[in-house]
Design a protein around this ligand. Structure first.
Ligand SMILES: [Zn+2]
Length: 282
């Protein structure tokens, strides 16, 4: 199972207000997008973790990255800011080149794929890959080979490829308005999850053998049938048409009252009522 750690950038609801559109806060967007992306990924068979459980939790940056230990990928979700109001290009901040590990290659490849997806879905300028090392020996190994960004430094320290995904700029009016729509965030989450599925190529039905796929569809049919059989109808108008007249008669005559607010009639009960009605007993 592929495990992805999502980091909703920043904390609280009202952090990083947009200067372009009042009412937009980066921290609110990242929180909402993270929840949606989590669901979209889980639906595709990924195991998903979050670096923080509540919108107000604010773990230190390096710690956020380190929380991805044991995961396959770390993604920190953000929207960017610039003095140039016209800037819209999604920045994918990835690991710097490193000959000692593959995590930097994965970081940049995933960054490129997600960046393309974000710019396509948001309809903004082409995305860019950005990397930055610090000139300070953060891990004290005697080399100046450490990531500048705390979350990426944290992820790299536990061997997990990471990307900071900047979803365009909240200093651009159009991009900000776009990000304020929950429906758009939903689209973004779905598209990002889809491209991750294509990249990791697991967890989905496309990886199954013919017979596994047949078993799965049989299982799905059985589940659908069970749900259908156990479905209960609470109002007359919800009942299937073939049973509605009978139920109406029974409720008019007060033979059927439910619990006073809902009828809770299952399909098998409806069938019996209809038979009794045909016999003339209703
Ligand atoms: Zn941010």
């Amino acid at each position: 199972m592929v495990k992805i750690m999502l980091d909703p950038g920043h904390a609280g609801r009202y952090y990083n207000a947009s200067p372009a559109v009042s009412g937009y806060f980066e921290s609110e967007m990242t929180w909402s997008l993270a929840q949606k992306l989590k669901l979209s990924l889980e639906r595709r068979g990924f195991y998903v973790g979050l670096t923080r459980e509540n919108i107000d939790d604010d773990p230190p940056l390096v710690e956020r990255g380190r929380r991805s230990a044991g995961y396959d990928l770390f993604l920190s979700l953000h929207s960017n800011a610039s003095n140039n109001e016209a800037a819209t290009s999604p920045w994918m901040i990835c690991f710097s080149d490193d000959v000692n590990t593959d995590s930097d290659d994965i970081s940049r490849e995933v960054g490129r794929l997600i960046g393309d997806t974000v710019s396509r879905i948001m309809g903004v300028t082409e995305s860019v890959i950005y990397t930055k090392m610090t000139d300070f020996d953060r891990d004290g190994n005697g080399l100046l080979d450490d990531e500048y960004y705390g979350v990426l430094f944290g992820a790299k320290s536990v061997g997990v490829p990471g990307v900071i995904v900047e979803h365009s700029f909240h200093t651009n009016r159009e991009a900000t308005l776009w990000l304020m729509s929950e429906e758009n965030l939903e689209k973004l989450a779905e598209a990002e999850a889809e491209v991750l599925l294509e990249y990791f190529g697991v967890g989905g039905e496309k990886d199954m053998t013919e017979s596994e796929r047949a078993d799965l569809s049989k299982l799905k049919r059985n589940v659908d049938r069970l749900i259908e059989e156990n479905k209960s109808y609470d109002r007359i108008e919800d009942c299937p048409e073939w049973a509605r007249d009978t139920v109406l008669k029974l409720t008019n005559k007060k033979y059927l009252m439910g619990d006073g607010t809902k009828l809770s009639l299952r399909e098998d009960m409806l069938r019996i009522f209809v038979i009794l009605d045909r016999i003339g007993l209703v």
